[in-house]
Design a protein around this ligand. Structure first.
Ligand SMILES: N[C@@H](CCC(=O)N[C@@H](CS)C(=O)NCC(=O)O)C(=O)O
Length: 199
């Protein structure tokens, strides 16, 4: 069975959400992060070169990073229809939004935490305001990033918008607020959160 190496209230929530969306059975393996002395499961270390969660072991396949895990699961378990196929024209924007969280949203959040003002034209993520306005434009038609079709890109991006709200970084934005509300109402997100509460 798939093993998900996780810790509560981390980016591992995305991987759990994605697993719930696919419906593939999995087992959670709790990792005590932030304790350098803690003994580590060798299977975790094999999957996570940086020692970070989430990480996943699926048979002989092991990998870390929430975006990589989400992409892997979408492609490995296509019956769940969570990613446009390679020859689908929507594949392009799907890939753009798949890397938007690690490539744009997270650096823009760090910009806010650090209180710096980047040069929008030379920084790879633009700046915080460009990140938000691009998201709002991407969701203007909605209800999802690919229109009527919910995809793995929404798992990545909606979880990031949720994290921004939790860190009180989200500006007043009805579009983003209703997007995250819609996403978090999905049974798969609810199941992933319920899994965090299990002993
Ligand atoms: N880019 C990675 C970041 C993973 C990450 O930073 N995880 C944090 C928790 S959210 C972690 O494991 N921190 C503990 C540590 O670095 O030892 C991803 O998206 O999965």
């Amino acid at each position: 069975m798939i093993k998900l190496f996780w810790h509560p209230r981390t980016r591992a929530a995305r991987a759990a959400w994605m697993l719930e969306e696919t419906g593939v059975p999995y087992q959670r393996v709790l990792v005590e992060i932030g304790d350098a002395e803690a003994e580590r499961d060798p299977a975790f270390l094999a999957a996570s070169p940086m020692g970070k969660v989430p990480a996943l072991a699926d048979g002989e396949v092991c990998l870390a990073d929430s975006a990589a895990i989400c992409m892997y699961l979408a492609d490995r378990y296509p019956d769940a229809r969570l990613a446009p196929s390679l020859d689908d024209p929507q594949r392009g924007m799907y890939l753009f939004w798949m890397v938007y969280s690690p490539g744009v949203i997270e650096p823009a959040m760090s910009e806010k935490f650090a209180g710096v003002t980047p040069n929008r034209y030379s920084s790879g993520w633009g700046d915080f305001d460009l990140m938000i306005s691009t998201l709002e434009k991407g969701l203007a038609a909605g209800p999802w990033l690919l229109g009527e079709r919910f995809s793995t890109a929404d798992v990545m991006v909606a979880s990031s918008v949720h994290f921004m709200a939790m860190f009180k970084l989200l500006p007043d934005s009805p579009v983003l607020e209703s997007y995250v509300e819609r996403a978090l109402a999905r049974p798969a997100w609810q199941a992933a959160m319920a899994g965090e509460e299990q002993p």
